[in-house]
Write a protein that binds this ligand. Structure first.
Ligand SMILES: CC(C)(COP(=O)(O)OP(=O)(O)OC[C@H]1O[C@@H](n2cnc3c(N)ncnc32)[C@H](O)[C@@H]1OP(=O)(O)O)[C@@H](O)C(=O)NCCC(=O)NCCS
Length: 411
């Protein structure tokens, strides 16, 4: 009989073996590196958040999450990442992954986690509330494909600013990278002690032999780090895993990787909210391709999400109208769970009071979307592309940016 439960520390070795069997099969030529690449996620410490299915004591399916916090302009939102979702090939098509996903969603809801990020858009996820919501631009920088005069004008570094390149020695400056990352306006909460571990692990670098060749460039003003780019190199092509710091200096570093370090191509994904880096790269003549984040999101607890984004909304609303006050409605059913009419009536509704520009009187308005529709709510709060118009106070204050899940916090 197939049963499900949370893993225990002593199960983690077997969990990692299943993940390697599915994601690093011998036929792929990749090393069985799942445990090495995801040392925080596939760890004994995180065993409680690895949901497994067993058949007669053998682990045959996994759905793991790693809980974290997103920090958006200084405000915290509880977020979990989901990864290593797999069912042993002999057990597929029996609803096991669906069952584990439902258990994970219920547990995240009950534990008050607001949001879940998932790598990919399988039907398994989209049938259960997941959807795309954020945009990025992919830039592929090649030598000679930019306006050299402009690059020189921008890229001319003042004498006190120096650039250093790192290979294996990256870990020596990991702590400095960690400090700079903590100043990013839209990011994950990441204690400094995690940084050397995550850099060494290279999460998300899934298509090159492990360990990958890591490379970083950093710009310094004296002892002070002003920007870094960090990524992996294959065939002289550099793919950025993560960058942080002054956006124009990040752009300069990307250009200098091309001219100083034998790299022929630099590929970087820039979230749409990083408009300064985008502007710099476009001013240099590089063309970015707008694409969805290759991740989907599920709102796992509406009430928690709304209360956690309140400070951001209030701050933004007050910038438009000093008297604006948004009221939070409650909706505490797990995603996908049907709700009775009475529950709907009692709980639906985000109400807000705002002062329309016309008369500056306080006006009570109904929520412009159905709060019980998780996907509608997701798009309302976070969607950048194909955004509907909702009028005031919503249009000037939404959408909110989400941290790029493809960096060192990838699982
Ligand atoms: C994706 C995966 C976890 C689904 O596991 P599962 O236990 O078979 O899932 P369920 O039975 O609950 O059904 C969900 C999926 O299986 C598919 N399915 C249904 N019947 C099936 C069958 N007889 N054989 C195989 N797949 C079947 C469903 O179409 C659905 O796929 P979708 O998400 O593309 O719509 C499993 O196929 C797997 O391990 N794949 C390889 C790893 C992977 O790609 N993981 C996802 C990373 S994003």
């Amino acid at each position: 009989m197939i049963t499900t439960r949370r893993a225990r520390p002593e199960d983690v070795q077997e969990v990692v073996e299943l993940a390697n069997l599915v994601f690093r099969p011998a036929s792929s030529g990749l090393n069985p590196s799942m445990g090495l690449q995801y040392p925080l996620f596939l760890s004994k410490r995180n065993a409680h958040d690895l949901f497994i299915a067993e058949d007669d004591g053998k682990i045959i399916a996994l759905n793991g999450i790693l809980k974290n916090t997103a920090v958006i302009n200084g405000h915290k939102i509880s977020i979990a990442s989901m990864g290593a979702v797999c069912t042993h090939p002999d057990y597929r098509g029996q609803g096991i992954a669906t069952r584990l996903l439902h258990e994970v969603l219920t547990s995240l809801h009950d534990e008050g986690v607001a949001l879940l990020v998932i790598s990919g858009d399988r039907g398994l996820y989209t049938r259960n509330g997941a959807d795309f919501t954020s945009l990025k631009k992919r830039f592929t920088l090649t030598r000679g494909a930019c306006d050299t005069d402009r690059v020189q004008a921008y890229g001319e570094l003042p004498g006190m600013l120096s650039v250093t390149y790192y290979g294996k020695a990256i870990t020596l400056v990991a702590e400095k990278f960690g400090e700079l990352y903590q100043r990013e306006p839209v990011r994950y909460l990441r204690p400094k002690w995690q940084v050397p571990i995550l850099i060494k692990a290279a999460p998300g670098v899934n298509d090159v032999p492990y360990p990958p060749r890591l490379r970083a460039a950093a710009s310094w003003v004296g002892e002070c780090l002003s920007a870094y780019v960090l990524g992996s190199v294959k065939d002289n092509k550099f793919r950025v895993m993560e960058y942080a710091g002054d956006p124009v200096t990040v752009g300069i570093l990307l250009q200098k990787m091309l001219t100083d370090s034998g790299i022929t191509t630099v590929t970087v994904d820039v979230p749409i909210h990083d408009f300064q880096l985008t502007a710099y790269l476009e001013a240099c003549g590089h063309k970015g391709e707008a694409e969805q984040y290759p991740f989907t999101f599920i709102i796992t607890n509406t009430a928690v999400l709304w209360s956690q984004i309140q400070p951001i909304l209030q701050e933004r609303a007050k910038a438009i109208c000093p008297n604006a006050r948004l009221e939070v409605g409650l909706n505490d059913s797990p995603p996908g769970e049907s709700k009775s009419d009475s529950q709907r009536n009692r709980r639906s509704g985000i109400e807000h009071e705002s002062c329309p520009k016309s008369d500056m009187d306080q006006t009570r308005c109904e929520a412009p979307i159905d709060l019980n529709d998780g996907k509608a709510l997701l798009h309302f709060v976070f969607d950048v592309e194909n955004r509907e118009q909702y009028g005031e106070p919503w249009d000037p204050i939404l959408p909110l940016p989400l941290p790029w899940p493809g960096g060192l916090n990838f699982i």
